[in-house]
Design a protein around this ligand. Structure first.
Ligand code: PNW
Length: 484
């Protein structure tokens, strides 16, 4: 008897608690069996996935495509892990319809892909290749008929080899001009259906790493002054492309870029360190993002470069500063900053050897970057629309006997970045969407196929795609619009 009264009382208390909670602001119960959606994103938040042409398409010599610097470089002995190349990759050129069904099954609203310049203008400049353009027509039409918004990147490192041979690639401003012509051509063709274009993806990876350290294609090792000029030609190419896209595209087309800026994280969230992180953000991104958003290379950058500083004209700087509709940031790793009593006002902290990282050696983890990236853009430069255009992680994925991949480490990485992205939206910073890198395992540049970033596992022998645990997680997050 006493026991049943207690139970009834307990029941009443539980019911009252549940009612109070579901009435509470921001804590509304979902239809999902009472699972709460605390980290809920704005309704307009754009969920997406990202890929890049050379990493997934394959069909390297088909329908008039000519080699890019990555074809040439990956075919040189010893440049990529196991000598891997993008000749076949995920064979997405042929399998794009089934890959779009993967996107659809995740429930993404948007897909960021890149257009292969050597497919569309095989010689880099000059005549367009109709069969190359037709592939992107098919891709875009298939996305739209599945209710997915296409976001197109115009340059994800696959420079036509012909431009490298003719002009020395980005070492010449001829390449900047050729890029803008190609960008205008693609925008003219696709902007009736593609509403968002990114000019370039990640300056550092095709400037410093392509022409300085030479660890990426075209693998040249130029002196510092020449590398600074390469950087300048790259931001100039971006600016000229913005103008060419605006001239050629349908009215209302949105233009931006996808940059892997250094994301400066204040080591402690107190006023001095936050202020220092802001200064560091401008200073450490001087040659690329800061130059583009301010129309000027910061004095400290030019001073430090001395006689190696880039040469430029006022007209070029005006082109570089062409107004953007949005800024995309590819975010992977943090740069920790603390305040300092020095002219710069900050110092960059080195990371201890024990710092946690994912399967790629360089991929140190700090989910706070998903908060600080949009905050810095809004706070420092007044950017109104920010997208996280890439974020994701490599993992030593294994297909288990039950045919599944339990990538709990990637899931941890993703969940914690989404929680921090949510914090940015909750505080009113201008984050509008998130593109996960990547839809499926693919050609990871110099790491070849040894590093897997997909949320679909790809068996590169059979081209079978298998959803990893993280795909299941991402589908749930999108469905509930929430970092679950
Ligand atoms: C990005 N880092 O590259 C690229 O946009 C993708 O094509 C690539 O597959 C993805 O990230 C994963 O690597 C990066 O060293 C390469 O900090 C290196 C770094 C960052 C981004």
């Amino acid at each position: 008897m006493a026991q049943s009264i207690t139970r009834r009382k307990l029941g009443k208390i539980a019911a009252a608690l549940a009612a109070a909670e579901s009435a509470g602001a921001g804590m509304a119960a979902t239809q999902d069996g009472g699972v709460r959606g605390y980290y809920r994103f704005p309704n307009s938040f754009l969920w997406g996935c990202a890929t890049a042409a050379y990493q997934i398409e394959g069909a390297a010599a088909q329908d008039g495509r000519k080699p890019s610097v990555w074809d040439a470089w990956s075919h040189m002995p010893g440049k990529t892990a196991n000598g891997d190349t993008g000749d076949i990759a995920c064979d997405h050129y042929h399998l794009y319809k089934q890959d779009i069904q993967l996107l659809k099954s995740l429930g993404v609203k948007a897909y960021r892909f890149s257009v292969a310049w050597p497919r569309v203008v095989p010689e880099g400049s000059g005549p367009a290749n109709e069969r190359g353009l037709a592939f992107y027509d098919r891709l875009v039409d298939e996305l739209l008929s599945n209710g997915i918004q296409p976001f197109a990147t115009l340059y994800h490192w696959d420079l036509p080899q012909a431009l490298e041979d003719r002009h020395g690639g980005w070492a010449s401003s001829e390449t900047s001009k050729a890029f803008s012509e190609y960008a205008g051509l693609v925008a003219g063709r696709l902007s009736d259906r593609v509403g968002h274009f990114f000019t370039v993806n990640e300056f550092l990876c095709f400037t410093d790493q392509g022409y300085g350290s030479g660890i990426k294609a075209p693998g040249r090792k130029l002196p510092d002054g020449a590398v600074n000029q390469v950087r300048h030609h790259a931001v100039l190419g971006h600016g000229l492309a913005v103008q060419a896209i605006r001239a050629a595209a349908k009215a209302g087309t949105k233009v931006g870029l996808a940059e892997n800026a250094r994301i400066c994280v204040p080591v402690i969230e107190s006023a001095p360190h936050v202020g220092a992180a802001s200064k560091a953000m401008r200073a450490l991104n001087a040659p690329f993002l800061t130059a583009i958003l301010e129309g000027k290379y910061p004095d400290a950058y030019l001073l430090a470069a001395g006689r190696n500083a880039p040469r430029f004209t006022a007209d070029e700087m005006r082109a570089i500063a062409s107004p953007l509709d949005f800024v995309g940031l590819n975010i992977y790793t943090p740069t920790y900053i603390r305040a300092a009593d020095s002219p710069a006002g900050f110092v960059e902290l080195p990371q201890p050897a024990s710092y946690p990282r994912m399967a790629s050696e360089w991929l140190t983890i700090a989910p706070e970057i998903a908060y600080w990236a949009p905050r810095h853009l809004g706070e420092i430069w007044g950017v109104k629309d920010v997208y996280i255009t890439e974020n994701g992680s490599s993992s030593t994925d294994r297909l288990t006997a039950d045919g599944k991949v339990y990538d709990t480490d990637r899931l941890m990485y993703l969940r914690n970045h989404l929680v921090n992205a949510h914090r940015a939206t909750a505080e009113g910073w201008p984050l509008r969407g998130y593109f996960l890198w990547s839809l499926m395992d693919n050609f990871e540049w110099a790491d070849g196929y040894t590093k897997r970033f997909g949320i679909y596992y790809v068996d590169f022998k059979t081209q079978k795609r298998t959803p990893k645990l993280t795909a299941e997680y991402y589908r749930e997050a999108i469905k509930r619009n929430c970092a679950v």
